[in-house]
Design a binder for this molecule. Structure first.
Ligand code: NAP
Length: 292
């Protein structure tokens, strides 16, 4: 195997989607409701991508578009309808919500058994206690990428630095890595010695949203680097999507690295579809009421 290994999320997500499509063909069609409030352009693009991905594996997408003036009460009522609708297997509220809506309250109103994003405190709690490895899609997608090199590189006892401590990426990813018996440091805005910390890492996972945050002087030779960041930068050729890692200068130092685009991004959508299947399997085929 030549190094660095390029962890190509476009190829892996296609494989994962094909596997899932085969599995799902044995079950009744699952339905995923996606609520989008307002006109945010990027959110519309993400929702369209999720709809397309659902269709590609035989999941029935149920998009619900609400105006930007939707009140919290109206949104909570819509979620309650979906919670009680036996034809709906998963519910997703596209973030960010308009400022007048309380995201925490909204996410908490989703039935945890339909919480395909795994943002509900019940599901996050189970992840944190190690009872479950059901996790937010980006974290699950990262684990799929790491799993794809498990024959050459194992997480056990590795030193990991997760840069970024958000509830949707950094923290849940750290919890999944802990379940794999790695040793985790979570860095954030106030972390003082980021470079020194990163230099101790066998694995760096960066989810910040700052182009070129991780440069080659911060990466140990032979480390694995997972870049979650998505930043649009201006170049002479127009705008370009880049991650948080200075990919061109870092890649040759690494054992394996994700590009941006075609790295973590496509895995996130694939993992979301897998999350829907997880919920279905867990609550319908095992007749189980907890997430063990
Ligand atoms: P977020 O909620 O804004 O969190 C960013 C985190 O980075 C926070 O914990 C923040 O620290 C930390 N941070 C900010 N500046 C830092 C610095 N200089 N050094 C170290 N840590 C720093 O962002 P997010 O939602 O997790 O997203 C992060 C990035 O990943 C964004 O570019 C987003 O677009 C991308 N993303 C990609 C995918 C995908 O599928 N590829 C999915 C989700 C997100 P504090 O906690 O101290 O504020």
């Amino acid at each position: 195997m030549n190094h660095p290994i390029l962890l190509n999320g476009s190829i892996l997500s296609q494989q994962k989607n094909e596997e899932l499509k085969k599995i799902l063909s044995n079950y009744p069609t699952l339905s995923l409701a996606t609520i989008l409030v307002g006109d945010d352009k990027a959110s519309h693009i993400y929702v369209q991508a999720k709809i397309k991905a659902c269709q590609s594996v035989g999941i029935n997408p149920v998009p619900i578009f609400l105006s930007k003036d939707t009140t919290e009460q109206e949104l909570l009522e819509q979620i309650e309808l979906l919670n009680n609708d036996p034809a709906i297997d998963g519910i997703l509220v596209q973030l960010p919500l308009p400022k007048h809506l309380d995201s925490y309250k909204v996410l908490e109103s989703i039935n945890p058994k339909k919480d395909v994003d795994c943002f509900h405190p019940f599901n996050m709690g189970n992840l944190s206690t190690g009872i479950s490895n059901f996790a937010p899609a980006t974290s699950t997608g990262i684990m799929m990428l790491l799993d794809s090199i498990k024959d050459q590189w194992s997480l056990e006892s590795k030193n990991v630095v997760v840069v970024g401590a958000s509830n949707i990426v950094g923290k849940p990813t750290a919890m999944l890595l802990l379940q794999k018996e790695a040793t985790i440091t979570i860095a954030h805005k106030k972390t003082k010695n980021l470079k020194e910390l990163c230099l101790t890492a066998d694995l760096i996972i960066v989810a910040v949203g700052k182009a070129n945050l991780i440069t080659k002087d911060m990466v140990k030779k032979g480390a694995v680097v997972i870049d979650v960041g998505m930043n649009r930068i201006q170049t002479e050729q127009g705008t370009k999507l880049v991650g948080d890692v200075d990919f061109e200068n870092v890649k040759d130092l690494t054992f394996a690295i994700t590009p941006v685009p075609k790295g973590v991004g496509p895995m996130t959508i694939s993992a979301l579809l897998h999350n829907l299947y997880f919920l279905y399997q867990h609550y319908h085929t095992k007749n189980n009421n907890d997430l063990r």
